[in-house]
Design a binder for this molecule. Structure first.
Ligand SMILES: *Cc1c(COP(=O)(O)O)cnc(C)c1O
Length: 397
């Protein structure tokens, strides 16, 4: 099918939640994807931070093929071998003690919200249910997670929001301290806000949140749906900051392209989930957990945390050279979560990059966001550099 044919069919039969799109992709390999007309594109978005090993990584494909032939799905009424293996890898590579598996980032955050409320109630504070979240955050699209997402544009038309969420500006410790009351049970924060514009908190911010939680008996939850695994240059994003939360949520890159989410917690908090308190039919099913095991083993064996850090630094060094010739004012982020900040609207530039074969996205109007695969090389960055330069010239920046 041509792009036009796919588009016509999709437009007629699929609800229009994603709007008009430029392309349809039909094949991928490594850092590249091919559109329906056969044109090759360099993917610096990885399906929004999902394809951490690039497209169709052979280890992941093989794990999926083997598992599909062996046992595709079985319910959580039984123990599931690859699910247990995945949990072991996640626990052994970090500071948290146990996992709950689900199917997406929003669901992982739902699980985190539930366990935080339950844990604080179990600890003898039945009236503490409020969760403090940050302006410009993004936590998902379910009713609870849009409520947690402190951006009015995601609430509009879906009111009333869920009770029990309090918003404060990101990176403002005074505002957090002022918002804490006897009703507070948790603080939910992304170590780096990605959707919100690649906003990096100031030195010590996450540690001070840890201190505030310790002083007030609150659960510290990091939404690491986009920052783990490996994207910031450490296996878990929180390890880049040396601050251990009580709960983290993951999804996007965890399954190497398959839909999986995870919520992890310290033992004391994890103990609040007991039989009957939470469940997901597909959560941690054999297919996706086998894919996730292959993904994480590859990340660890190939030392992709170090690669993310090294190539991330190379991106900064290389792209900062645009500063004297173009309206680029800053490069934000960490590892391979990067935002190029322009002093002008970056939307036309993002569209031009895509037209010229570099997949990226504009966020917050003036930030061009890069979330390339974790295993890219300097040569890929050089190629992206050429396309970006041409695109900036094409749109007259
Ligand atoms: C993408 C994202 C989510 C939502 O994940 P879904 O899988 O789309 O539900 C939540 N939090 C953060 C930080 C994200 O980037």
């Amino acid at each position: 099918m041509t792009t036009a044919e796919i588009k016509a069919m999709a437009t007629q039969y699929i609800m229009n939640t994603y709007g008009d799109r430029q392309l349809a992709f039909i094949k991928g390999e490594g850092a590249y994807v091919w559109d329906a007309e056969g044109k090759k594109h360099l993917d610096f978005l990885s399906g929004i931070a999902v394809n951490g090993l690039g497209h169709c990584h052979p280890r992941v494909v093989e794990a999926i093929r083997n598992q599909a032939e062996t046992l595709l799905h079985i319910s959580n009424l039984y123990y599931i071998q690859p699910q247990a293996k995945l949990a072991k890898i996640l626990v052994e590579n970090g500071e948290l003690d146990q996992c709950f598996f689900c199917n997406s980032g929003a669901e992982a955050n739902e699980a985190a919200i539930k366990i935080a409320r339950k844990f604080v109630k179990d600890s003898g504070r039945p009236n503490a249910f409020e969760i403090i979240t940050m302006e410009q955050s993004f936590h998902g699209r379910t009713i609870a997670t849009i409520t947690a997402t402190a951006q009015p544009k995601y609430h509009q038309g879906f009111e009333p929001m869920l009770p029990g969420f309090v918003y404060v500006p990101f990176d403002d410790l005074g505002a957090v301290a002022d918002a804490i009351s006897e009703k507070t049970c948790a603080i939910l924060v992304e170590p780096i806000q990605s959707e919100g514009g690649v906003n990096v908190p100031g030195e010590g911010y996450l540690q001070r949140l840890r201190d505030l939680c310790d002083a007030n008996d609150l659960v510290l939850i990091f939404d690491e749906v986009q920052t783990s695994p490996a994207r910031l240059g450490t296996f878990f994003g929180y390890q880049s900051y040396g601050v251990t939360p009580d709960v983290i949520t993951m999804a996007k890159a965890l399954g190497g392209g398959t839909p999986i989410g995870a919520m992890m917690a310290k033992r004391a908090v994890a103990d609040s989930f007991v039989p009957g308190t939470h469940a997901a039919t597909f959560g941690g099913n054999p297919l996706v957990t086998a894919a996730a095991v292959a993904t994480l083993e590859t990340i660890l064996e190939q030392n992709l945390c170090a690669n993310a850090k090294q190539i991330g630094n190379y991106i900064v060094k290389k792209f900062l050279t645009f500063k004297d010739r173009y309206p680029l004012i800053d490069i934000r982020g960490r590892g391979l979560l990067r935002g190029l900040v322009f002093s002008v609207d970056a939307k036309p530039l993002a569209a031009k990059c895509i037209e010229n074969g570099l997949i990226t996205i504009c966020t917050n109007d003036h930030v061009l966001r890069f979330l390339p695969p974790l295993n890219i090389t300097e040569e890929h960055v050089d190629e992206a550099y050429q396309i970006l330069e041409k695109s900036m010239d094409d749109v007259g920046l």
